[in-house]
Design a protein around this ligand. Structure first.
Ligand code: AMP
Length: 436
């Protein structure tokens, strides 16, 4: 990676540093239910505090309304409610202003950070208001303040220049350590540097690690290199499929998207998820694989049900059929046993693997077997193969199954890692200073 990291900064003592973190942690009734993202941010924060920097931390949390701005922006869901007469704009704003400061505040994160960092972190109840300014002014060397949820201002996502200046305040150095939002071009993730407001801009240890493992594997993989893609729709992952096909030796397709490939192969897929418009694209990808001498593995058998379970984890009756014999009234919901073995064998022979997207409707225990089989196969090659889980559902599955410590790397950013898999340059990384 040719971007500067915090380690490349010489003088940090007394320096005012603004750090963009990803503290968008799941919460229930004000209690943090998974603190992985907080733990992931600690190495960078500790490094800066130990070096005597005066640290301002910032992050978003969820998708709030812009309740700290003069103008509260309504989202698409709200606009529908207003159009249908279900609620007025005023009702929506009043409810947001009442609920969101409690539900989407970063105060619990600041409390947890203070516990983890010997009380060196305080909380500011606003972002660019009087409390933030006072607490930033009062910082001593080796102390930090966490600002309130950035997205309480619409200006954050709209890259408003005035907001960028107020957020930068007197910071001399910008550190981006929020991999989960590095694919977003927002005020705190890129614009604050793009506008030239803070000139010294580097990445933190978390981004450095994400990039060094993922970008290096994508650029220079140990071979055979196997890419596994699953999830719902082909349309969501067009560029990922095409880019990974160029880089890997074997591309494995599972999940809902597999049925459009099977249809493109000439099979009938019954009531399975089908992206009619993308059948041509799937044919193209199969031809591309053949021309390049790459393997493209599709399910050879599939678990089918009569209907989609509702709720998603409700009991279901299943049977397994060959991939070319899906009954007209049934839908493919998971890869079958023969496919699980085929995919596990491909993983066994690999030297590096990237994985994004479940192999079936894994939210239902009966339909999670294919996803579990892939996770198990990856755990089995631990130590012999570089295994990278590209965030999102596959990361959650690996963690829930207790395989987390059997993977080389589990990305903290689903969207960001998918964009890396697509071969895109992430704005939150592109804006950082290059190594000299
Ligand atoms: P994605 O966000 O694209 O990674 O898709 C994840 C979703 O795909 C999960 O919620 C799965 O339930 C869903 N999914 C996986 N396999 C299938 C399938 N065969 N049919 C319908 N949905 C599926």
């Amino acid at each position: 990676m040719n971007k500067m990291s915090v380690k490349d900064l010489k003088e940090l003592k007394g320096k005012k540093v603004l750090v963009r973190c990803d503290f968008n942690v799941p919460m229930k009734d004000g209690v943090i239910t998974d603190e992985n993202r907080i733990i992931g941010a600690l190495p960078t924060i500790k490094y800066l505090l130990d070096a005597g920097a005066k640290v301002t931390l910032c992050s978003h949390m969820g998708k709030p309304h812009s309740i700290f701005s003069d103008e509260v922006k309504l989202n698409k869901k709200d606009l529908k409610k207003v159009e249908s007469g279900e609620a007025t704009k005023e009702d929506i704003i009043a409810k947001a202003k009442k609920d969101e400061p409690k539900k989407l505040t970063l105060a619990p994160v600041a409390k947890r950070l203070a516990e983890l960092l010997d009380g060196k972190v305080v909380f500011a109840s606003d972002v660019i208001g009087p409390d933030a300014k006072a607490k930033r002014d009062a910082l001593k060397e080796g102390e930090a303040v966490l600002l309130e949820n950035l997205r309480f201002h619409w200006e954050e996502e709209k890259k408003d220049e005035g907001f960028c200046k107020a957020l930068a305040y007197d910071a001399e150095i910008y550190v981006n350590d929020a991999f989960g939002t590095a694919h977003r071009s927002h005020a705190s993730t890129a614009a604050i540097v793009e506008y030239g407001i803070i000139k010294t801009a580097v990445c933190g240890f978390l981004i450095e690690k994400e990039l060094s493992v993922m970008a290096n594997t994508l650029e220079n993989p140990a071979r055979p290199f196997v890419a596994i893609l699953g999830g719902a729709k082909v349309a969501d992952k067009l560029n990922v499929i095409s880019n990974l096909l160029e880089k890997c030796d074997t591309l494995i397709i599972g999940g809902g998207m597999a049925y459009t490939f099977l249809k493109a192969k000439g099979y009938e897929v019954g009531a399975s998820l089908l992206d009619e418009e993308k059948i041509g694209y799937c044919k193209e990808m199969m031809e591309k694989a053949e021309k390049a001498g790459k393997k493209l593995l599709l399910p050879i058998d599939t678990v089918v049900t009569k209907s989609f379970p509702d709720p998603i984890d409700a009991p279901v009756d299943v049977k397994t059929v060959d991939a070319d014999k899906i009954p007209a009234d049934m839908m493919g919901m998971d890869i079958g046993e023969k496919t699980r073995k085929l995919y596990a064998d491909a993983i066994k022979s690999a030297k590096s693997v990237v994985w994004n997207g479940p192999m079936g409707v894994f939210e239902n225990p009966v339909l999670a077997k294919g996803t579990i089989a892939v996770a198990q196969a990856l755990a089995d090659v631990y130590g012999k193969c570089t295994t990278i889980i590209g965030g999102g559902d596959s990361a959650a599955a690996v963690q829930q199954l207790g395989f987390a410590d059997k993977m080389t790397h589990i990305s903290t950013g689903g969207g960001a890692s998918l964009e890396l898999f697509e071969g895109k340059v992430l704005p939150g990384i592109a804006c950082l200073n290059d190594k000299k």
